[in-house]
Design a protein around this ligand. Sequence first.
Ligand code: CAA
Length: 265
Amino acid sequence: MSFEYQNIRLENKENGLWILTINRPEALNALNGTLLNEMGDALRQLSEMDFDHAKALVITGSGNKAFVAGADIKEMTDMSSEKAYQFAQKGQSIFQELNLLKIPVVAAVNGFALGGGCELALGCDFIIASDNAKFGLPEVSLGLIPGFGGTVRLMQAVGLRKAKELIFTGDMISADEAKRLGLVSEVVPQSELISTVEKKLSTILSKSPLAVASSKKSILEAYNVEIDNALQNEAKIFSVLFSSEDTKEGTRAFMEKRKPQFKGI
Ligand code: CAA
């Protein structure tokens, strides 16, 4: 069984294992509004299934270069603050839905996981990466901040100081470094990525689905106590930047393939 969309694919491999592939390789799988809507729809389909029909979800990117290279910068260029707030809320709520799915969700990161792509991986229960994967929240290079939960979830994943360093510098880190920081569970050659994820999931799927779902709920409730307020705050700060010169300059410079000239206004 599979569901057809324009920008994603949702396929049932076997025995209730679903694979959601972000499928815009020409833009390194960047997340635009339509794609996010499709993802929201796909997650709703899965959330309505019982354990017999949906046991686990794997999220990966199409092609061998990128998992997801971020939110779509073209779509964000010249976005109003109001639209930016709605865009941040849309991404945040879909990644929260991912978090709230009762089945385990694994990110199979097969290349660049930057900005919204790193935030998508952080929204999954855990991450297995190929050895060419690169992680980062480079939004400050565009005069932005992470807007799909990254300021909250990176801190939860790697601790306050490392999260600040990575977000302030916008630096990319390798899969091995991400593993050392505890962001990634396992690093494997790209050709073995999906089979490694399936192997890990087969261990999980041999356990009680109800017990796994209940442990996920309990962990999430412990972690999510403050997350709703934190996410709302992040969306506000993200959207206010869209009336600044720096955000206009940063996103335009990316599209024009030149270095941005930031003025701090
Ligand atoms: N949005 C839109 N298009 C993107 C994109 C993005 N995030 N990332 C890459 N692309 C497009 C490029 O514009 C290019 O398109 P054209 O062929 O039409 O020119 C195509 O994908 C291939 O990209 P590159 O030629 O740049 O490939 P590269 O190998 O030279 O570089 C890269 C790869 C380092 C990942 C580079 O593409 C890059 O820096 N991408 C942007 C990464 C980024 O800044 N992500 C954060 C986005 S902001 C965000 O996500 C906000 C949020 O939290 C909500």
